[in-house]
Design a protein around this ligand. Structure first.
Ligand SMILES: NC(=O)c1ccc[n+]([C@@H]2O[C@H](COP(=O)([O-])OP(=O)(O)OC[C@H]3O[C@@H](n4cnc5c(N)ncnc54)[C@H](OP(=O)(O)O)[C@@H]3O)[C@@H](O)[C@H]2O)c1
Length: 304
């Protein structure tokens, strides 16, 4: 028997297709669960098929009728991202919700991809930039599609160091590099919306942050995890802003949602810093991202 949507945070999503990057654990898992509860077909996009299958089994324990699949995706590997898009596009002709949730956070040591790109910037921004680009036409063709790029309140601590995006000429700072990647997420959100608008699409680009959510990884952050154990909110609470950004009707494009009081409170629109809404900075990042990923989004004239 079809299980009825029972998730108060989201709409009835029967007939809709959602992709959740990092849907195997943490906020991504919680979002995949809630999207499935609401009736969407959910594609769990994660590095390990085994972990994805475990996540599917956990979701099915709670939602027996859940419609789920796993497609492997490693956001630090451009071949993997292209392969993901190819497999997804061969199976689906619509994408209602792209929840770009996966991320690495506060890596202790400077880490790089095979291209030499700094790991936070590569995973959190460049990987999602390329993924969204490869799915752009499908998003444009899907009525009222949403892209939600999960950022963090930490973005405010950053500025874009365009001269040294990969931390080659400055001492590595884990919080700084994470914050820069999360600022990039917000700059991307607005620049992406301009591309949707230029394409004449009804798609909306949104962002959200969870406050501090007690995902497993978070337990290691702060002073021996003390900070997160004391301060962090349950994962189901942390996922509310991104779920609302993904599903709430009538939200304006480029809404950035987070807990009203930073870490506490109901999901509310958060005012962006001047830097995050600076179009010149957004477009500079866009141009660099196209160059690095060797991927050009369709030009407006091709779509309008
Ligand atoms: N939790 C918080 O308090 C908090 C606060 C602010 C912002 N956020 C943001 O919320 C999002 C989710 O955080 P979380 O706490 O749920 O983190 P998490 O529990 O550590 O989950 C992170 C997810 O990202 C995936 N991932 C990492 N690198 C990847 C790659 N190269 N390719 C594909 N997937 C990759 C992980 O996959 P594996 O399982 O394979 O490692 C995992 O599924 C992140 O964007 C984070 O920046 C979280």
């Amino acid at each position: 028997m079809q299980q009825q949507p029972n998730n108060k945070n989201s709409q009835n999503l029967t007939g809709k297709t959602a992709v959740v990057t990092g849907g195997n654990v943490g906020l991504g898992f919680q979002s995949a669960l809630e999207l499935a509860e609401s009736g969407a077909h959910v594609v769990i996009a994660c590095r390990s098929v085994e972990k994805g299958e475990t996540a599917m089994a956990r979701i099915r324990q709670k939602v027996s009728s859940a419609s789920l699949e796993v497609i492997p995706l490693d956001l630090t590997d451009r071949d993997s991202i292209h392969q993901f898009a190819q497999v997804f596009s061969s199976k689906h002709d619509r994408l209602d919700i792209l929840l770009s949730n996966a991320g690495v956070v506060n890596l202790k040591e400077l880490a790089r991809t095979k291209e030499g790109w700094e790991m936070h910037f590569a995973t959190n921004h460049l990987g999602h930039f390329l993924l969204t680009g490869l799915l752009f036409e499908t998003l444009v063709a899907t009525p009222d599609a949403r892209v939600v790029t999960v950022s963090s309140g930490a973005y405010k601590a950053a500025k874009m160091n365009f001269d040294d995006l990969h931390w080659e000429n400055r001492p590595y700072a884990r919080i700084g590099s994470y914050a820069e990647s999360k600022l990039a997420n917000l700059l991307f959100m607005s620049a992406l919306q301009r591309r949707f608008d230029a394409a004449g699409s009804s798609a909306k680009s949104m962002s959200a942050h969870p406050g501090l959510a007690a995902t497993e990884r978070q337990q290691s952050i702060g002073i021996g995890g003390w900070l997160s154990r004391v301060m962090a909110r349950p994962v189901s609470f942390g996922a509310r802003p991104q779920m609302m950004a993904a599903t709430a009707p009538d939200l304006p494009a480029c809404t950035f949602l987070g807990p009203r009081f930073g870490m506490w409170g109901s999901p509310s629109p958060i005012k962006l810093s001047g830097l995050a809404i600076d179009e010149k900075v957004q477009e500079k990042l866009w141009a660099i991202s196209e160059e690095l990923t060797e991927f050009q989004y369709p030009k407006a004239t091709e779509n309008a």
